[in-house]
Ligand binder design. Structure first.
Ligand code: NAD
Ligand code: ZN
Length: 357
């Protein structure tokens, strides 16, 4: 008998997801079946649903790559987990483990990788398949909804901060105080950095201060750049750009100190102009940063387990996904919305669904 589960399915790019009954997947060799307890909604899910990026997912698909749950069944040859273990599933679903990138601890750059909720079905469902070699172990006492955002927002902002090479006591500017940025601020403080946060939404600046930022500045104000330069005494030693705006990428160069490294993490579609003179004369490093390795993920989880980092979350039922994506698109989400699979159908479902397109 085929077991069925609820899932939020993308059938057409840019259209509301449909809540459907689909078969519970069966884990193959090396895979585990995860019973999803909580699934964070990342802006990447919105890019996926809208088909924003050069390589689009194959339709239909189930998004979601910030997953916390428990192992419900083991495929053949899985020895590192047992049923009932608390686990996290991240964007990096699997990689080949044999190429030059995998062999040098850069599995995030593997050309043969698959991505959760993009090229493989993800966590906007009651169950999902994960690769046992890429599943993270979660502390047993943890609240699933609270830890879920660490599986992407946490590890990505933590890795992005490491990639700025900013040292304890130095300034890091974090542009974009969304899901990634608000935990990024907490990682930066825990790493001994001074933080100046930028966003264009006043509520996000309050969130930045709550999260521990030393300064929070409205990036849209005409004096934003001189203000950052003044506060940091010459510009930030490192800049982490998580903003979903190409303007923020250009601004990052203006607020960087001489010799700074700018870690580019946000993925708005498009390009930004790079002023050659500034980059050359200030010896600036522009560096892309993509999620984090399994080692980065374990470290990012450890910060959260130690209560040094705690995502600000709002819980929502799976059925609210279209309203949540609409809020994310309009920068109305404070912190992260986490789909909590234990929650029933929300009463405002009818209200929130049509607002998304
Ligand atoms: P989010 O929507 O929660 O947050 C984005 C924030 O950017 C919002 O607070 C918004 O107000 C702010 N913003 C918009 N314009 C701005 C501007 N000009 N200056 C400063 N802030 C501005 O999104 P999120 O979930 O935090 O994701 C952010 C981006 O990071 C997305 O593009 C996502 O796809 C990408 N991402 C990248 C990776 C990676 O590995 N590189 C991983 C996860 C997410
Ligand atoms: Zn993500």
């Amino acid at each position: 008998m085929v077991m069925l589960m609820r899932a939020a399915v993308v059938r057409t790019f840019g259209k509301p997801l449909t809540i459907e009954q689909v078969p519970v997947p069966v884990p193959g060799p090396g895979e585990v079946l995860v019973k999803v307890k909580a699934s964070g909604v990342c802006h990447t899910d919105l890019h996926a649903v809208d088909g924003d990026w050069p390589v689009r997912p194959t339709l239909p698909f189930i998004p979601g790559h910030e997953v916390a749950g428990i192992v419900a069944a083991l495929g053949a040859n899985v020895t590192n987990f047992k049923e009932g273990d608390a686990v996290g599933v991240a964007w990096l679903h699997d990689a080949c483990l044999r190429c030059e990138y995998c062999e040098s601890g850069w599995e995030t750059l593997c050309e043969h990788q698959h991505n959760t909720g993009y090229s493989c079905n993800g966590g906007f469902a009651e169950y999902m398949i994960a690769d046992a070699a890429f599943v993270a172990r979660l502390p047993n006492h943890i609240d699933f909804a609270e830890i879920a955002p660490i599986l992407c927002a946490g590890v990505t902002s933590y890795k992005g901060l490491k990639e700025t090479e900013a040292q304890p006591g130095e300034w890091v500017a974090i542009s974009g105080v969304g899901g990634l940025g608000h935990v990024g601020i907490q990682y930066a403080k825990a790493m001994g950095l001074k933080v100046i946060a930028l966003d264009i939404v006043p509520e996000k600046l309050n969130l930045a201060r709550m999260a521990g930022a030393d300064f929070a500045i409205n990036a849209a104000m005409p004096d934003a750049v001189p203000e950052v330069i003044k506060v940091t005494g010459g510009g930030a030693h490192g800049v982490l750009v998580t903003a979903v705006s190409t303007a923020a990428f250009s601004q990052a160069i203006s607020i960087a100190r001489r010799k700074a490294t700018i870690s580019l993490v946000g993925l708005p579609p498009g390009q930004f102009a790079t002023p050659i003179f500034d980059v050359v004369l200030k010896r600036i490093t522009l560096r892309g940063s993509i999620v984090g390795t399994r080692q980065d993920l374990d470290e990012a989880i450890a910060f959260a387990a130690d209560r040094k980092v705690k995502a600000v979350i709002r819980r929502a039922p799976l059925e609210d996904i279209n309203g949540v994506l609409a809020d994310l698109k309009q920068a109305k989400v404070q912190g992260r919305v986490v789909l909590d699979m234990a929650m029933g159908v929300s009463t405002n479902r009818a209200k929130s669904e049509p607002s998304y397109v």
